[in-house]
Design a protein around this ligand. Structure first.
Ligand code: N01
Length: 532
């Protein structure tokens, strides 16, 4: 199938980003199509259906702010939204704003090539169609390319294999099964307690322990929810300009100024409250190792309180990176799960996994037999989904070549040499270090405003200048260098993917500062872009 369909804009992906992008483009009376690989909308939340999947940002704030009517009519039921509830919300959004007829499901974009003479993109899909568009918006998500380590014998295992990021829609029944879970990041930490309730025997393979704090999920407090609804507009405004994309302020003093008793009381209060706000209990936790150590010690003590077996407790304590430099996890009964008789923890730092066999999994010093193995091994984050598409820009330059030594963008939104191509929540944007939905709205609004600007002036080409991109990349690195983030082997740095260049990818300066910078660029007639 090779049609000659032409659009103003092709959007890739129908998650939070792609849905809102389509809505904004329609408001501008532009023709747009969204190509989506899945057979439904939802993006990340469409794929991540593992048991226990739930967002760790509170429901009222993990939602679109662009429509006051939407935020008043939608009812969240729990403090943190479960994956099915987020899917209901996004499906409601797709219906409410009449978006479905602009979305082509089960259609994966395989390539995009820019034609310099025509200033048009040719976008190819796995259905064999190539369409033309003035602009392409990559709304492909930051954590959507799942990673299964290249273990020997993957094919030989006779049991079931799953990855948390591409979970079967019909669910999985682990009742009475011997299950192995590899990975103890946010996904593993949510799935493990749920799998443990069903499995006959659960073995968790941990390479790096995570810092995890209790979620304290509960039905949404109706009084609080009413108050939020009454005050939603001002809360949204606070969130838009805050560092985190949330309407809360963190601590205002240094952890080191407090006495040990004051610190303990403050951390206890946060622990009781639940959620990851404990990471911002003081101003210097992410910039000063000594300050950070005080929180690490507090969490270590909490692990001791929850885990009965001292050896297991010791293994569960992260020792080799500061708190929050790998994403802090938010759990429900994670540590207590290790007190169950049917759960055991295996350290694969000291004896790594060597591969799978027909019966199970082999480490350097043992073999384990399983009916099912769950990979909670994460994602090729931030760049994986962009690079899966074979993108060639001006002069036939390939994005894969350009980013061989790490991603380079201007504001995380645009890439020099790739005119009229924009990315939502790209490398170089604050996205993953903030409330994703608030960040996504900022990106989508900036991109659609920029496209409107080009259209109104009859301009046909917008391209980031190499020097503006260089300055932004330097700035992103400079800010990261002021923090402790480089001290962990995290996916923020690409350290979880063997061979991936180690570059700190997100912008750590906060959403508010980033928004101000993007607004400044726009009001200076898109400074740093060549427009023609
Ligand atoms: O992935 P991860 P994730 N042998 O990369 C281990 C978001 N999220 O899917 O740390 C043994 O964090 C790996 O070990 P190590 C959130 O932003 C949000 O859990 O590389 N182990 C690690 O323990 C999160 O940060 C929510 O040493 C191996 C684990 O697999 C991001 O998604 C929920 C291994 C991967 O952890 C990613 O989380 C879920 C190997 N060869 C996710 N390879 C919420 O909102 C990897 N590992 C709640």
């Amino acid at each position: 199938m090779n049609t000659t369909r032409e659009f103003d804009v092709v959007v890739v992906g129908a998650g939070f980003s792609g849905l809102y992008m389509l809505h904004r483009l329609r408001e501008l009376n532009l023709s747009a199509v969204v190509f989506e690989k899945g057979d439904g909308v939802g993006g990340t939340w469409y794929w991540n259906r593992y048991p226990g999947a739930r967002c760790d940002v509170e429901s009222p704030h993990y939602s679109y702010a662009f429509s006051p009517e939407l935020e008043q009519e939608w009812e969240w039921t729990e403090r943190y939204p479960s994956q099915p509830e987020i899917m209901s919300y996004l499906n409601h959004v797709a219906d409410r704003f009449g978006l479905r007829d602009g979305i082509e499901l089960e259609t994966e974009v395989t390539a995009a090539a820019f034609d310099d003479a025509a200033n048009r993109w040719s976008v190819s899909t796995d259905r064999g169609e190539t369409v033309k568009a003035k602009y392409v918006v990559m709304a492909t998500g930051c954590l959507s390319t799942g990673r299964v380590p290249e273990f020997d014998g993957l094919e030989s295992f006779a049991g079931e294999i799953y990855h948390t990021g591409s979970w079967p829609h019909q669910g999985v029944d682990f009742t009475g099964k011997r299950v192995g879970v590899i990975g103890t990041g946010s996904s593993g930490i949510q799935a493990i307690p749920e799998i443990a309730k069903k499995a006959k025997q659960l073995t968790v393979f941990q390479r790096t322990a995570s810092f995890s704090v209790p979620a304290r999920n509960a039905p949404l407090d109706q009084k609080e929810w009413k108050e939020i609804k009454a005050d939603y507009r001002s809360l949204r405004e606070l969130a838009r300009h805050s560092a985190t994309g949330l309407p809360f302020t963190g601590g205002t003093t240094s952890a080191l100024e407090a006495t040990p008793e004051e610190r303990k009381a403050n951390y206890e209060a946060h622990w009781g409250l639940g959620g990851f706000r404990i990471g911002a209990a003081y101003t210097d936790l992410i910039v000063n190792k000594q300050a950070n150590d005080t929180l690490a010690e507090f969490i270590h003590a909490k692990i001791d309180e929850q885990v009965k077996d001292p050896e297991t407790a010791e293994l569960l304590k992260p020792r080799d990176y500061p708190v929050s430099t790998k994403r802090i996890c938010v759990d429900t009964d994670y540590y207590a799960t290790y007190n169950r008789d049917n759960v055991s923890l295996v350290d694969v730092r000291s004896a790594p996994v060597v591969g799978l066999s027909e019966r199970g999994l082999k480490t350097e010093d043992a073999e384990y037999e399983f009916d099912a193995i769950v990979f909670a091994t994460g994602f090729d984050a931030m760049t994986g989904s962009m690079l899966k598409v074979d993108i060639t820009g001006s002069g036939g330059v390939s994005l894969r070549d350009k980013w061989a030594a790490g991603p380079r963008t201007y504001l995380g939104l645009s890439i020099s040499g790739f005119p009229n191509l924009f990315s939502v929540a790209g490398a170089g944007s604050p996205s993953v270090l903030t409330n994703m939905v608030t960040a996504i709205e900022q990106h989508v609004e900036w991109i659609s405003d920029h496209i409107a600007y080009l259209q109104e002036r009859g301009l046909s080409r917008s391209e980031a200048l190499p020097e503006a991109e260089d300055r932004w990349v330097d700035h992103v690195n400079e800010i990261a260098g002021m923090t402790l983030f480089n001290q962990a082997n995290s996916w923020y740095l690409g350290a979880n993917v063997p061979g991936k260049t180690r570059v700190f990818m997100p912008y750590a300066g906060g959403l508010g500062a980033y928004r101000a910078k993007c607004d400044e660029v726009a009001s200076a007639d898109y400074e740093g872009f060549a427009l023609s």
